[in-house]
Design a protein. Structure first.
Length: 118
């Protein structure tokens, strides 16, 4: 898969490679754990006509999308069972991405959030 997650001490980094990176016009998104308000796995269908800086073809969404009054970063080829991060004090209001084992990734993110509050 063209997306991987790196867990650092203070942040998670979403890495994009290959055509995914080219389509999204971005190679990485860094998110401080303190900016994450909520983590979920859900369907996230977005119109291909949504205002964007990136790519929107068939069910593929890659790049920055304006949703309401906030820019969001979205990277998927299939809108089902994507990881959704709701953020605060970040350049993006929401980050949505498709990844293998989304439940495992969600649990790892929650572990880091729990460790930061102790």
């Amino acid at each position: 898969m063209a997306r991987t997650i790196e867990f650092t001490k203070d942040a998670l980094i979403l890495h994009l490679t290959g055509l995914t990176s080219a389509a999204a016009l971005k190679q990485r998104v860094e998110i401080s754990y303190s900016d994450i308000m909520n983590v979920s796995i859900n369907d996230f269908q977005l119109s291909m006509f949504q205002f964007r800086v990136g790519t929107s073809i068939a069910d593929i969404r890659e790049g920055r999308f304006l949703i309401g009054d906030k820019w969001c970063f979205i990277s998927y080829e299939n809108h089902k069972d994507v990881v959704i991060l709701e953020l605060n004090n970040h350049q993006f209001g929401i980050v949505v991405f498709q990844i293998e084992n989304p439940s495992e990734v969600k649990e790892r993110i929650l572990e880091h959030l729990t460790n930061k509050t102790i």
